[in-house]
Design a protein around this ligand. Structure first.
Ligand SMILES: [Zn+2]
Length: 87
């Protein structure tokens, strides 16, 4: 009985996680998954799939820094605006 509750609990957590990723992919928020090639919105440089994270945000949520002009982009290829927190 206790094992059933634990398994059910883990399943609910997993289901919520999957729902967040699917929803995030459609809404293009942090939880989503983007497998497409990123292009720098500033200079058009193609950003490598193999990335070296430059900030905590990039480690946790993905994104890259353009090697040519230094523009920070999120995993969806949008410019990251550091002056507006929680956007
Ligand atoms: Zn660039």
């Amino acid at each position: 009985m206790v094992l059933t509750i634990i398994v059910l609990f883990l399943f609910v957590i997993l289901a919520i996680g999957c729902a967040l990723v699917v929803f995030g992919t459609f809404r293009k928020n942090r939880w989503g998954v983007n497998t497409a090639q990123l292009t720098c919105p500033n200079c058009g440089n193609h950003l490598s799939h193999v990335r070296a994270p430059k900030s905590m945000d990039q480690i946790l949520w993905g994104g890259a820094t353009c090697s040519r002009c230094g523009t920070e982009v999120d995993k969806w290829g949008r410019t990251v605006n550091r002056s507006v927190p929680f956007s």
